[in-house]
Design a protein around this ligand. Structure first.
Ligand code: PEP
Ligand code: MG
Length: 592
């Protein structure tokens, strides 16, 4: 059933398929968030009224700023920074000036001028190819709507939810609405619009509310009070779920609670198999504030800090000091645990407005991306390297290069690293001169030639998302070939094994930080292949640790041997299921 599709079952259910952006199961009753009333009345104003309209606008700006600061103060710290973008926009000179100019030049009321100016900003953001930047149009919409509400003296509507177990159903939801959701009352969120990179999705995931977005035409088909099931892992919303499905969902919810409760007990226990094989379980983060979720999940380090998100959230490149502060805060909070900072991985599907030749490329995944982009822009690269080096004095910082495909890139990157060290010495900035450098193994070339790279690095980290994309020739972002995504494909596994073995032969460790590591069904397989570290999404930490602690290394090796030699991944999957069913049947229920 493709995304956006609807299916009716014999039991009278209607199943909507979208994109799961925050996992977990929620069962509850629909709370319909009516689309905000964006109707604006047009009024001509006399010259004498101009100053009054401007004063109304200024008062609404002040009220909006105050409300956003209040939301920021009360909300989860991990999402509070999202509102920095809203505040920045409120202080945005061109935006404010355009509204003033519109009132003065057009002799129209502030509501109309504001709507038109905001629309102009939204349209120019929506024309940007990068999905992340495009999503910022929602932020502008959100702020403009709040100013309009303040001009009309209205309050937002989600405050009307008073009963537990509400599933918010809406065409779309603004991040500022999502962030004030009362977690005790809201069980799930189902939206017609949205994508995984939208701030609303980010906020929902951090709040841990099961959420499915991209459901297309779902909201008009749901009535207030309808019973709904939201499955955030599978990306499904089920209207009027059958008794059987409700019972299964209740079991899954209970299992998840039991596992979470159990796992708070496991939090400080080692990630160790039943026969005593110990590996490092670390977390992936995108923004500095994610470090709190990593710590509360019991991460033993940060295995991947994707620094480009920090760049992408900005209009201009962050300065060395800004980067240093961000890296330093993570290193300090995690110390003495390791923090692996990955250098910029822009390009592919991640762009930066204003710095972006790759937008014109016809095949950007294979184009001017990651280390290729950085080597071509040594000033920008050295700035980031200096910031990482400076942060290395406050904690256990390591750095790694993305998308290495030959030794030359590694050597050139290290030459630039040496230049960055020299510059810091000259300026008198302290740094760890022995900072460990690793390479991501995410191209088939790097995996096959891992023995050639290994002597030049202290560790490898397998980026399975890209490794699978390049090995199986399937575009990560193309839904039509997504069915070919198969982490257990024997060709992928042989590349992984080759890299791990090549590293071990010269005494370096290998971790996995791609999405495959976050799937507990894959945990025995990766263990059996010999990985030394798994770096997973913060929300997957408990389940993956549980999976590690339930399996034996000998069972894991057997699975790996079988999968490496299976003609296809089908047989291997059957064995993963059998083993998981034997050692942790409740995990199977959660992930299937
Ligand atoms: C990967 O490719 O698996 C990886 C971890 O890097 P990213 O997902 O950021 O490309
Ligand atoms: Mg990658």
């Amino acid at each position: 059933m493709p995304k956006g599709a609807t299916e009716a079952t014999a039991a009278g259910e209607v199943i909507f398929r979208g994109i799961g952006v925050s996992s977990g199961i929620a069962l509850g009753r629909a709370f319909l968030r009516e689309p905000p009333d964006d109707q604006v009345v047009e009024r001509d104003i006399a010259r004498a009224e101009i100053s009054r309209e401007i004063a109304r606008f200024e008062a609404a700006l002040i009220a909006t700023r105050r409300q956003i600061r209040a939301i920021q103060k009360d909300c989860d710290p991990s999402v509070a920074t999202i509102f920095d973008a809203h505040l920045l926009f409120l202080d945005d000179g061109p935006f404010i000036k355009s509204v003033f100019a519109g009132i003065e030049g057009r002799h129209k009321n502030v509501e109309l001028v504001l709507r038109d100016v905001a629309q102009g900003f939204i349209q120019s953001l929506e024309n940007v190819k990068d999905e992340y930047v495009r999503e910022r149009a929602n932020d502008v919409q959100d702020v403009a709507r709040r100013i309009l509400h303040n001009l009309a003296g209205k309050q937002p509507t989600l405050a009307e939810i008073t009963e537990r177990g509400a599933i918010i159903v809406a065409h779309d939801l603004a991040p500022s609405e999502t962030v004030v959701i009362n977690k005790a009352l809201v069980a799930g969120i189902a939206l017609d619009l949205g994508s995984p990179t939208a701030h609303t999705a980010v906020v929902a995931a951090k709040l841990g509310i099961p959420t499915v977005v991209g459901l297309h035409n779902m909201s008009p088909q749901v009535r207030a009070g309808d019973e709904l099931l939201v499955d955030g892992a599978k990306g499904l919303v089920i209207l009027r779920p059958s008794a059987e499905r409700r019972a299964q969902a209740q079991r899954q919810v209970k299992t998840k609670h039991d596992i979470e409760r159990e796992l708070t007990r496991l939090r400080d226990l080692p990630a160790e198999t039943v026969d005593g094989y110990r590996l490092v379980l670390a977390a992936n983060i995108e923004l500095p504030q994610d470090v709190e979720a990593a710590l509360s999940g019991g991460a033993e380090g940060i295995g991947l800090f994707r620094t480009e998100y920090f760049y992408m959230a900005r209009k201009e490149l962050p300065t060395e000091n800004e980067q240093y502060e961000a890296y330093r805060s993570v290193a300090k909070r995690m110390a003495p645990a390791p923090v692996i900072i990955r250098t910029l991985d822009l390009g592919g599907d991640k762009f930066l407005a204003g710095l972006d030749a790759s937008q014109q490329e016809s095949n950007p995944s294979m184009g001017w991306r990651a280390i290729r982009f950085c080597l071509a822009q040594p000033d920008l690269f050295r700035t980031q390297l200096r910031a990482i080096l400076r942060a290395s004095v406050v904690g256990n910082v390591k750095l790694m290069y993305p998308m290495i495909s030959n030794l030359d890139e590694l050597v050139r990157a290290n030459v630039i690293l040496d230049q960055a060290k020299k510059e810091l010495l000259e300026k008198g900035h302290p740094f760890n001169p022995h900072i460990e450098v690793g390479a991501m193994i995410e191209t088939p070339a790097a995996a096959i030639g891992a023995d050639l790279l290994a002597p030049y690095v202290k560790f490898f980290s397998l980026g399975t998302n890209d490794l699978i994309q390049y090995t199986l020739a399937i575009d990560r972002g193309n839904e039509r070939v997504a069915y070919l995504y198969e982490p257990a494909h024997p060709a992928v596994l042989r590349l992984i094994k080759n890299a791990i073995d090549a590293g071990h032969r010269v005494g370096i460790w290998t971790g996995v930080c791609g999405g495959m590591a976050s799937d507990p069904l894959m945990t025995p397989l990766l263990l059996g292949l010999g990985v030394d570290e798994l770096s997973v999404s913060c929300s997957s930490l408990p389940l993956v640790k549980d999976a590690i602690r339930r399996v034996s290394l000998s069972e894991a090796r057997e699975i790996a041997e079988l999968a490496l030699n299976s003609p296809s991944a089908v047989e291997a999957h059957e064995r993963f299921r059998e083993l998981t069913k034997k050692i942790a049947p409740e995990i199977l229920e959660l992930v299937e």
